[in-house]
Design a protein around this ligand. Structure first.
Ligand code: AHR
Length: 512
């Protein structure tokens, strides 16, 4: 029997908060090859497509049960004017994408194409509206164009462009990074604008918008406090019900060091690896602190927190456009994702949504496509999302560790070596355990007492790699891919699991 290095208890009969499936949300910006070459190839492409949208990308994302897609930015959102992206494509005006490579954007992928993509994916739309350089009227008319169903001027315009029925748009972003690329505003100014713009994003018919105001960066707690003061209440009176927006966003990226020295995707030292793990788990501190401020003004948790940009941000791959943010993805990225999800589960009550940046060809992508051949590769991060689908809308279970937990220290932060989360399906018939060992070269054994229900082990899966920097490429598309896992024993009511070095394991339980 392997030496036990961690011990935990899970009460299978004590489910907690629902883990919104929207914590597994995605983000697609007009940035580099995310839209063009990633999702969109155009109807004349040799790459199999439906109305211009890549079918292989759609098929791959459907396996993740992709719950929502945020678009068109990012920084791009606050310089995007939606009316440039409707009507016959050949007539659409061009614009300069000044944030991302200073390239000319032809607006061939616009509102209709995006909603077509969402329908193919079965994903909810999350539109990011322009506060930085757009007008209130422009945003209000975009909502009307997409969600109204009568003969209003915007509805007539939509019909002229070929779409009769209103779309359903559940999520609406009011600004993005307005402390930076979205206008370099002070929060005092933005707090008022967020109230104003949100007011004119109307609910048309039965489409009920969930409005998400542009929130803080990383640890800008003053931003959170100012927004919450402007809509929250201390005693949970009716003021929250009147809030013009329903959530605020937060952005946090994991880097090896800091902005100026992000580190490389494929070449990193042991020290850089552990710094990444520490910086990744730092999201727990950030979510806790922002939530604490929100709890003060909104103890009833009526305002949601939406981490609508997260993930790793490395230096771009050599030879690629620095403005395109194209990076490879290794087992290290997979562990950043898996440990983020454990933390998200613990914050399920306040964290209503999270969106990894970004889905295809940009930053911590699920999918990389070859610019020359079009070949598609699934990244290690994709596999973590896929292995976790049973957590979508399931009920969180506490994983209580016994005694002192093993911690390491890097980048002035302490972090857990073994990370875990668990949930029980809404119908109570099954449970999923997610377990990560972030130790670079040593296995760890965890004994988990599973109490309260009878259980048997269902499917168990392992994601790991020989070298931490192993990654997938068109030549080796399955260098890092999940395999069946048998590194566990059942001992009465306990499960003893040996997690290989730098590995991620999921174990499904059938509950009696
Ligand atoms: O995801 C890339 C960029 O990161 C987004 O456009 C912006 O919001 C953030 O700074």
């Amino acid at each position: 029997m392997a030496t036990e290095t961690a011990s935990a208890v899970i009460n299978l009969d004590l489910p907690g908060a629902k883990i919104s499936k929207h914590q597994y949300g995605h983000f697609a910006e007009h940035l580099g090859r995310c839209i063009y070459g990633g999702f969109w190839v155009g109807e004349d492409s040799e790459i199999p497509n439906e109305r211009g949208i890549r079918l292989d990308v759609v098929e791959a994302l459907k396996k993740l049960n992709i719950p929502n897609l945020r678009w068109p930015g990012g920084c791009f959102a606050d310089e995007y004017h939606w009316q440039d992206g409707i009507g016959p494509r050949e007539n659409r005006p061009k614009m300069v994408n000044s944030h991302w490579g200073n390239v000319v954007e032809n607006n061939h992928f616009g509102t209709h194409e995006f909603m077509d993509l969402c329908e193919l994916l079965g994903a909810d739309a999350y539109i990011a509206g322009n506060v930085g350089s757009g007008t209130v009227q422009e945003m209000s008319q975009w909502v009307e164009y997409m969600t109204r169903d009568d003969d209003s001027p915007m509805v007539e315009l939509r019909r002229k462009n070929g779409r009769d029925k209103a779309w359903k748009v559940p999520f609406w972003g009011v600004g993005n990074e307005n402390w930076g690329c979205g206008g370099n505003m002070r929060v005092e100014q933005f707090a008022d604008l967020a109230r104003q713009y949100s007011t004119f994003c109307r609910d048309h018919g039965d489409n009920k918008l969930y409005r998400i105001a542009g929130g803080p960066n990383v640890d800008d707690f003053h931003w959170t406090e100012t927004l919450m003061k402007s809509v929250g209440c201390v005693a949970c009176n009716s003021m929250n019900v009147m809030s013009p927006y329903q959530a605020i966003s937060l952005h946090y990226y994991t880097m090896t060091r800091e902005w100026e020295n992000k580190g490389k995707a494929l070449t990193f030292t042991e020290d850089e690896y552990y710094r990444t793990m520490a910086n990744s788990q730092h999201v727990d501190t950030l979510l806790t602190r922002h939530s604490t401020i929100m709890d003060h003004y909104d103890p009833c948790k009526t305002i949601g927190l939406v981490l609508d940009e997260w993930g790793t941000w490395w230096q771009v791959e050599e030879g690629t456009n620095p403005g395109f943010l194209y990076q490879q993805n290794t087992m290290r990225d997979a562990l950043v994702a898996s440990t983020h999800f454990d933390i998200f589960t613990r914050h399920a009550e306040r964290l209503v949504m999270a969106n990894i940046a970004q889905t295809v060809n940009v930053l911590q992508a699920m999918i990389l496509t070859d610019p020359d051949t079009g070949a598609l590769v699934l990244t290690p991060t994709y596999h973590v999302f896929e292995m976790n689908t049973a957590h979508h809308d399931a009920l969180a279970l506490d994983v209580s560790f016994r005694g002192q937990r093993e911690r390491m220290e890097a980048a002035d932060k302490r972090f857990n070596v073994v990370s875990a989360s668990a949930s029980v399906a809404e119908d109570g018939a099954s449970s999923l355990l997610s377990l990560s060992n972030v130790h670079l070269d040593e296995a760890r054994t965890i004994r988990i007492d599973l109490r309260g229900r009878d259980w048997t082990v269902g499917e168990a899966r392992l994601l790991t790699s020989t070298e931490i920097a192993d990654h997938n490429s068109p030549a080796h598309p399955e260098a890092v891919a999940p395999v069946a896992f048998d590194g566990f024993t059942v001992d009465g009511d306990a499960l003893e699991v040996t997690l290989p070095a730098h590995s991620y394991v999921t174990i499904a339980l059938d509950l009696a």
